[in-house]
Design a protein around this ligand. Structure first.
Ligand code: IMP
Length: 178
């Protein structure tokens, strides 16, 4: 799969992403305005660029933690079984938690993570996803804040990979096989 030649067409520019993140951060900050500390939980690896930009737009006191889940592997199809490869370092009971996801696709990953974190009894548990592909949803789950809704395209860049490539692109592009 990774061997097939492809080109990347720009879908969302770096400038558009930056402007959208400012607006998202404003909304998140308003929602958590009374919070003493927000625990921002990034889902590795795809959210690492997004979380870095998002937290720098937040003026609330934040802590950053990460979870790593199993991913698609080398193929562009979701393996439905979600496994936790790396859990949080910190406790979240009674805390305000914001899960930061790169893409909500079928929804299996987010559903699994929310179920797991919800069981630890955080005070508030919310989700911010950079991208949402609603047409691909297989289970009911919704992000509280979404950067951009996109069609059913395979995208890369801004932290998001195709077979571990293209995470370092500053914009989001769609993969077109040639
Ligand atoms: P879900 O469990 O199907 O919602 O998949 C979520 C994860 O699949 C995301 O966090 C991404 O890591 C990965 N994923 C979904 N769509 C894409 C894509 O278009 N490009 C790269 N990775 C994707």
């Amino acid at each position: 799969m990774g061997e097939r030649p492809y080109v990347i067409d720009e879908l969302i520019s770096a400038k558009t992403i930056a402007a959208r993140i400012e607006a998202l951060a404003d909304e998140i900050e308003t929602f958590f305005a009374d919070s003493d500390k927000l625990i921002v939980v990034g889902l590795l690896r795809g959210s690492f660029v997004f979380i870095a930009d998002l937290v720098r737009e937040l003026t609330l006191p934040v802590e950053v933690d990460f979870i790593e889940t199993s991913s698609y592997g080398e193929a562009t199809v979701s393996s439905r079984e979600v496994r936790i490869l790396k859990d949080l370092r910190g406790e979240i009971a009674g805390r305000d938690v914001l899960v930061v996801e790169d893409i909500v696709d079928t929804g299996h990953t987010l559903k699994h993570v929310l179920h797991m974190l919800g069981g630890r009894k955080p005070a508030r548990l919310k989700v911010c996803a950079l991208l949402d592909k609603p047409s691909r949803r297989e289970v009911e789950v919704k992000a509280d804040w979404v950067g951009f809704e996109i069609p059913d395209e395979f995208v890369v860049g801004y932290g998001i990979d195709y077979a571990q490539h293209n995470r370092n692109l500053p914009h989001i592009g769609k993969v077109r096989f040639t």
